[in-house]
Design a protein around this ligand. Sequence first.
Ligand code: HEC
Length: 116
Amino acid sequence: MKQLLTLILIFATTYLMANDENELIKKGKAVYKANCAICHTVNGGQALGPDFNMVAYTRTKKEIASYAKDPYANFKKFGYSANAMPTLPLEDVEFKQVAAYISSLQPFKKWMIKKK
Ligand code: HEC
């Protein structure tokens, strides 16, 4: 009986955690559309900033959230010689959501498959 309860608890926690992540990604997509899409494409494209499927391939979720929140503090570390991306007035939770969305994007070429 005790084992069964432990099992149920593990399943429930896993389910809730997966749901939380999906919720973050869903909200992050809306944040992307409203705040990033004018400068960043998804699924491969050309805009002022880099395509987010490429970013998903090369950066961690933490790096993405950090850059989104403060591009000026990060541009040198990320290998840029200048910073054209503005600092956006969003809430911390929105940066977290948009980073979850970007990180969830699938590579659009086979060789881009994430090894994380
Ligand atoms: C006005 C245009 C513009 C907007 C709006 C914008 N970006 Fe950017 N972004 C850029 C440019 C240009 C760069 C290239 C580096 C730089 O200039 O800072 C960049 C770089 C980045 C990078 C680093 C990519 C890498 O791996 O090198 C991330 C992450 C990023 N942007 C996330 C976001 C997110 C998330 C949003 C929306 C919340 C957003 N950006 C909105 C223009 C923009």
